[in-house]
Design a protein around this ligand. Structure first.
Ligand SMILES: *Cc1c(COP(=O)(O)O)cnc(C)c1O
Length: 485
């Protein structure tokens, strides 16, 4: 199993090298050079697997035995998912009107990112230990990535994590899930600005090859292939549970609709890959008023708006759904030259008109929708009234689709629940449903915990402050293992 760049300039990398890289050296994103198919027989044989076993099966298709032997892989995934609050790490809930919700938020930080993040950081630690090396993870976050990265690595000895979040633009719970970590290897910065503004110094730091090499500096956002890889399992799991495939033995597999709240488009990319592997999914990418993906699907207009709009669903307040590059590559028949041309134009001008043949393919693999803040409130309230079931504002973006588009004949529908409503108490309160929520003990305790973070003021040089911290971590760790290069 080898990996290549979506822009055609890099081939033949192995999983370990891809895991420790962000973007490919030619500016593209890593994808498997060949994507295996899953036969109907294999799919049926997976029906009895637990979620955890399924993650192992899926990962072992893309991580060769020589890099991580199967029994090590099983141990890593098992340890990654052991701290989730439900027995099989995820939970399927069935509601009225043939709507099912796949709850992916039972990890430490109550968002779906915990699933792929805990597995990915275990893979990292595995390779670092084998080589007796260390790494520093640097992430900017629009809310959930930072907390998830911190909680996934705070008990790992070979990594430090530096997180920068936009102060005042994320929920109270999201903020406290980061600032209340006082472990020695956790470094949190609260910046006075938007996620886009945070991106600027981070890009500069990652572009500094000397710094990257000296400290094993790496990112853990969904540019990282491993995050996408683990997420393939969400879609296969939903399919096995809900499509009815276990009850038929016909050659023709039944289809399932999966509705995905979409931001950076990592999750919907995983869905597209699973579909490409032969699992008959109807994918629906749902966004809030930051609607680049929706416009791309509707009319081929892949262009950024002037600025990010702040909405009730902040984790998908994203301008640049960067994972769409992987989808374009897949749908273009792996045409690296075309993707390079398209994405370079998008980077330069922030606009792109998707070529017609590619746009046709995009429409054939997914539908899309865009939901306003009013729509989000409406879906939260209706779902509560009909089912006494509370959804988070991101999940509500998906559930809105359910209330406005009828299901196809004989087909089931699965909405992905990306976060727990307990993480967005401000929105729950706005919906007048505060009485209805069962706030987990861990969330209540956040209020009284000690905090530790550094404030980055507007007029400060953020790049310098972060660089200094990275260098300080470097000298503090010098006695121990070398950094990963
Ligand atoms: C990250 C996130 C999303 C968006 O996921 P992508 O894979 O980036 O599209 C949706 N909902 C929540 C709650 C998130 O944290």
């Amino acid at each position: 199993m080898q990996y290549c760049s979506t822009r055609g300039g890099v081939h033949g990398w192995d999983f370990q090298n891809v895991l420790f890289s962000g973007y490919a050296p030619d500016g593209g994103m890593f994808m498997p050079e060949t994507i295996p198919s899953i036969s109907p027989a294999t799919l049926r044989s997976w029906c009895s697997l637990s979620y955890q076993q399924l993650v192992c099966e899926v990962c072992s298709l893309f991580i060769p035995e020589q890099l991580i032997p199967k029994h090590d892989l099983e141990a890593l995934v098992s340890s990654a998912l052991s701290k989730f609050s439900v027995p099989d790490a995820v939970k399927m809930v069935r509601l009225k009107g043939s709507l099912s919700i796949l709850e992916l938020f039972h990890g430490k930080t109550l968002a779906f990112k915990d699933l792929a993040m805990t597995c990915t950081t275990r893979f990292l630690e595995y390779f670092l230990r084998k080589d007796n090396r260390r790494a520093i993870i640097l992430v900017g976050t629009s809310g959930d990535t930072g907390g998830s990265a911190i909680s996934s690595v705070c008990d790992l000895s070979a990594v430090d994590v530096v997180v920068v979040f936009p102060r005042g633009r994320i929920s109270q719970v999201q903020e406290r899930q980061m600032t209340t970590h006082i472990e020695d290897n956790v470094h949190v910065f609260a910046a006075d600005g938007s996620s886009d503004e945070i991106d600027v110094p981070l890009r500069k730091l990652f572009a500094d090859q000397d710094l990257v090499n000296r400290y094993g500096l790496m990112s853990l956002n969904s540019v990282n292939w491993s995050r996408i890889l683990v997420q393939l399992a969400h879609f296969i799991y939903a399919y096995l549970q809900l499509s009815g495939v276990r009850d038929t033995d016909r050659d023709r597999l039944p289809a399932l609709e999966v509705v995905v709240p979409t931001g950076g488009a990592g999750n919907i990319t995983a869905g597209c890959i699973v579909k490409h592997m032969g699992v008959p999914l109807h994918l629906v990418a749902m966004v809030n008023s930051n609607d680049v993906v929706h416009r791309a699907v509707q009319s081929g207009d892949f262009s950024m708006a002037d600025c990010v709009k702040q909405t009730l669903a902040p984790a998908i307040d994203i301008q640049d759904p960067y994972n769409m590059e992987r989808v374009f590559w897949l749908l273009s028949g792996k045409d690296g030259a075309l993707v390079k041309k398209m994405m370079e134009q998008f980077q330069d001008t922030h606009t792109l008109s998707i070529p017609e043949t590619l746009h046709k393919k995009l429409c054939s693999v997914m539908c899309s929708g865009s939901v306003s803040d009013e729509g989000i409130m409406e879906a939260i309230k209706r779902c509560w009234e009909e089912n006494q079931y509370l959804v988070c504002p991101h999940t509500a973006v998906g559930v809105w689709h359910h209330y406005h588009c009828p299901v196809r004949n004989g087909e089931n529908r699965c909405c992905i629940a990306t976060a727990s409503p307990a993480k967005f108490l401000e929105v729950v309160q706005k919906a007048g449903l505060t009485e209805s929520i069962d706030v987990p003990e861990a969330v209540r305790q956040l209020e009284t915990k000690e905090t530790r973070y550094k404030h980055l003021e507007r007029n400060e040089n953020w790049e310098r402050a972060l660089r200094e911290r990275i260098e300080a971590i470097g000298s503090a760790r010098q006695q121990g293992a070398q950094f990963y290069t």
